[in-house]
Write a protein that binds this ligand. Structure first.
Ligand SMILES: [Zn+2]
Length: 113
């Protein structure tokens, strides 16, 4: 995910995702990029008006990814289609509880009992 992708995602989120509590639209300074990996990004949105917080997971899907390279060169490459998934405050709370208890032992976490 490059800077241009990030800019488009923030632009998309500003239009499509209002604050879930007070319905205010988010401004640039209310966005924080937590992480990006491949075509996916995790964003933290903080509403300055009501202090609501949202975690948003975004995956970029290129609808014409399967087209032949030649067709792309003709300028048919469309803007990435973004899919947003809103994480609820309860899920954030679950994550906080998990992190409080997590001792950093990833090996144990991914080992079957
Ligand atoms: Zn709000």
């Amino acid at each position: 995910m490059n800077y241009s992708d990030l800019k488009q995602i923030v632009h998309h989120l500003k239009k499509a995702v209002p604050c879930s509590n007070c319905k205010k639209k988010f401004e640039n300074e209310e966005f924080e990029v937590l992480s990006t990996f491949g075509n996916e990004g995790l964003f933290h949105l903080y509403c300055h008006k009501c202090r609501n917080q949202l975690l948003v997971h975004v995956a970029i899907v290129h609808p014409n990814q399967k087209k032949k390279p030649l067709e792309r060169e003709r300028g048919e490459f469309k803007k990435p289609h973004t899919q947003t998934q809103i994480i609820t405050p309860n899920e954030i709370l679950d994550m906080h509880i998990f992190l409080d208890r997590f001792n950093g032992d990833f090996k144990k976490l991914f080992t079957l009992p």
